[in-house]
Design a protein around this ligand. Structure first.
Ligand code: URA
Ligand code: ZN
Length: 362
């Protein structure tokens, strides 16, 4: 395999055993419930109010795809994925208090992630993103120092909650500085959705929350962070946005215009918001060529990278089939009218460069 032809998945999750154990012990969301029937999988309930929705109250089955490294490798083989950069899935440990117990769990999760990536059966095909005990900035900085020393870790996954006040909370700035100092990438991933009026009064199950709530959440959180002027103060901070930046490539002009017409806001920034937005990395997990085209027209496509969101969105019927969710993302990239070297970049080469990954020998 050559650099030009490799396929790298930078948006792919795992629920580590230590994390599942924590969720099994909990009595409220996020939690893992026992199987509905004997012999079936346990059930994962993680989204806000998921236990109250008619079609979602029993969660989703959580089988070996969610935690077993052999299933990750089998999924990669099925779709010809050479390397995966794996991250813990939402909601990470955002909901835990700032205690020694939480710091210890973060340490154990990161060691466990590193161990999974170093497992000889992976033949060097896995890299990882660390998890932070975000309810404490000091605890998170200490964990960043440890993650930076783990050979296969390349970044940290973060939600939009910060330590309770969003990503533009000034208290987080020393953490951003520590992350930038170690050249780690923040993988910014949604979980909480947006609090739209009457958003609970629908029988749309997870579909609207995942399709719309997730990307709107990312859009709003990163726009707020940019308006705080963080990139003028920490210019080396590297952020990868999930789901092609939510709706940012489409709405950047509107954000620029609204800020330009509000001198009190504009004067806090050295540049218009899209200047900073164009420095970020974007995954290509958007399922349609229109989204890929919009993202590639907005940022330099050398900042875009393929992802799958495995183990979410599995095939509903035949377990052995290729995953529709993966194939829609692959076709979206191939059919976006980009030249072949740009496509090769999005599929793998950009990730090798951005995350400093080595192609496995085998
Ligand atoms: N559903 C989730 O809860 N998380 C994802 O990343 C994708 C789907
Ligand atoms: Zn995801």
């Amino acid at each position: 395999m050559t650099q030009d032809k490799c396929l790298v998945d930078i948006h792919t999750h795992v629920y580590l055993p230590e994390y599942l154990e924590l969720l099994r012990q909990r009595e409220k969301v996020p939690r893992v419930l026992p199987p509905l029937e004997e012999g079936e999988d346990e059930r994962l309930i993680i989204l806000p109010d998921e236990d109250k929705g008619e079609s979602t109250k029993n969660g989703r089955p959580v089988g070996p795809d969610y935690y077993d490294v052999r299933e990750k490798l089998a999924f990669m083989d099925k779709h010809d994925i050479d390397i995966s950069v794996i991250s813990l899935a939402n909601p990470w440990i955002d909901f835990l208090p700032p205690t020694e117990e939480t710091f210890d769990l973060a340490r154990r999760l990161n060691v466990s992630m590193e161990k999974m990536c170093q497992d000889p059966i992976t033949h060097g095909r896995l890299y990882g993103m660390g998890t932070l005990p975000l309810s404490s900035v000091e605890g998170s900085i200490a964990e960043v120092e440890r993650i930076a020393a783990l050979p296969r870790m390349r970044g940290v996954i973060m939600g939009t909650f910060g330590c309770g006040k969003g990503l533009d909370d000034p208290a987080l700035e020393p953490l951003y500085q520590a992350i930038a100092k170690h050249n780690l990438v923040i993988f910014l991933h949604p979980h909480y959705g947006v609090n739209l009026p009457a958003s609970g009064n629908t029988d749309a199950g997870h579909s609207l929350a995942l399709a719309l709530g997730f990307p709107f959440e990312t859009t709003y959180a990163i726009a707020r962070l940019i308006l705080s002027g963080i990139f003028d103060r920490v210019p080396d901070l590297k952020i990868l946005l999930a789901h092609s930046g939510g709706t940012l490539p489409f709405l950047a002009g509107r954000i620029d215009s609204c800020v330009a017409h509000d001198p009190a806001v504009a004067s806090k920034l050295n540049h218009p918001p899209s200047y900073y937005l164009k420095k970020l990395y974007y995954d290509a997990v958007i399922y349609h060529e229109t989204g890929v085209k919009a993202t590639a027209a907005f940022v330099d496509p050398s900042q875009m990278m393929f992802g799958t969101d495995h183990p979410f969105f599995p095939p509903l019927e035949t377990k052995d089939a290729r995953w529709m969710s993966v194939d829609s993302n692959l076709s979206a990239i191939s059919n976006a009218g980009l030249d072949s070297s740009t496509v090769e970049g999005i599929l793998g080469k950009n990730a090798l460069r951005i995350f400093n990954l080595e192609l496995p020998s085998k």
